[in-house]
Design a protein around this ligand. Structure first.
Ligand code: IPE
Ligand code: IPE
Ligand code: MG
Length: 249
């Protein structure tokens, strides 16, 4: 997959095109607090969060970042009040429909990962349609994690592998990092180079537990709805200063 920096929104001069991350993951947190700080219902924060996501996706297009994986709804988020959960499902459904044409015209390829069977059936149908219509796109690969949990992803991979062993297609000694990595949800994009978490929380909240082994972590106090092009630029500048060692010297 090759995403060239755009000529209309060129890379800011203080970013080095050679050192751009290939895969950025984001825990989009702080929507509720953003709304509460303004005396608004939490739901308004989620609505604003969609705009922040859109801007982040198109920054990736413009700046030559080929893959973006975002946490939209965790397996644990079902524990929130019913009204908030229902609103979120409807918001995601609506945003998928509204943004589909633009995603197609901008070459975005959408993948949704997580336990999709647990989502409302209308949302499942629209996800299938959006994935099918963007499958051939060669631009940014946007992976949206919905009803997703890192532990659940790992246990599901274990179940697949165990079944293959049981059926005699695989021997236990064939199981290694490389094989396991092919059974998680993001085999084609490689592990995230950079994980961004907004709203200042210093935790990963069950996101990409396998894939984040050597990702650089950037936490900003900025709440997700306020995460704009300038904030993303700042995160990337910080990333480009890091010295990644992967356990070596
Ligand atoms: C992140 O914002 C969005 C989802 C988890 C769906 P929150 O809703 O967690 O906002 P805060 O953390 O309560 O401010
Ligand atoms: C993580 O945020 C999930 C998403 C951003 C979708 P949460 O707000 O659910 O995480 P905690 O509860 O602060 O750990
Ligand atoms: Mg939160």
């Amino acid at each position: 997959m090759t995403v060239q920096p755009s000529t209309t929104h060129p890379l800011p001069p203080d970013l080095n095109a050679e050192r751009m991350p290939h895969h950025v993951a984001v825990i989009m947190d702080g929507n509720g607090r953003w709304a509460e700080q303004r005396g608004l219902p939490r739901l308004m924060g989620h609505r604003q969060g969609v705009a922040a996501l859109k801007s982040t996706v198109y920054c990736c297009s413009s700046w030559g970042i080929p893959a973006l994986t975002v946490y939209g709804f965790s397996a644990e988020n079902w524990g929130r009040p019913r009204t908030e959960v229902d609103f979120l499902m409807e918001l995601i459904n609506h945003a998928l429909g509204r943004e589909l044409d633009e995603m197609i015209s901008r070459g975005v390829c959408l993948r949704v990962v997580g336990d999709l069977n647990g989502l409302p059936s209308r949302l499942q149908t629209n996800i299938e349609e959006a994935m099918a219509k963007t499958r051939q796109n060669q631009g940014v690969l946007l992976t949206l994690a919905l009803n997703y949990g890192g532990r659940q992803e790992i246990t599901e991979a274990c179940r697949h592998i165990a079944t293959q062993v049981q059926q005699g297609h695989l021997a236990p000694e064939d199981i290694n990092d490389e094989l396991f990595g092919r059974h998680v949800f993001t085999p084609s994009v490689g592990d995230p180079d950079l994980l961004i978490r907004t709203s200042g929380e210093m935790r990963i909240s069950n996101f990409l537990l396998w894939q984040l082994a050597y990702s650089e972590i950037y936490v900003t106090p900025t709440l997700w709805p306020d995460f704009d092009q300038m904030e993303f630029h700042r995160a990337l500048c910080d990333y480009q200063q890091r010295h990644r060692r992967f356990g070596k010297l």
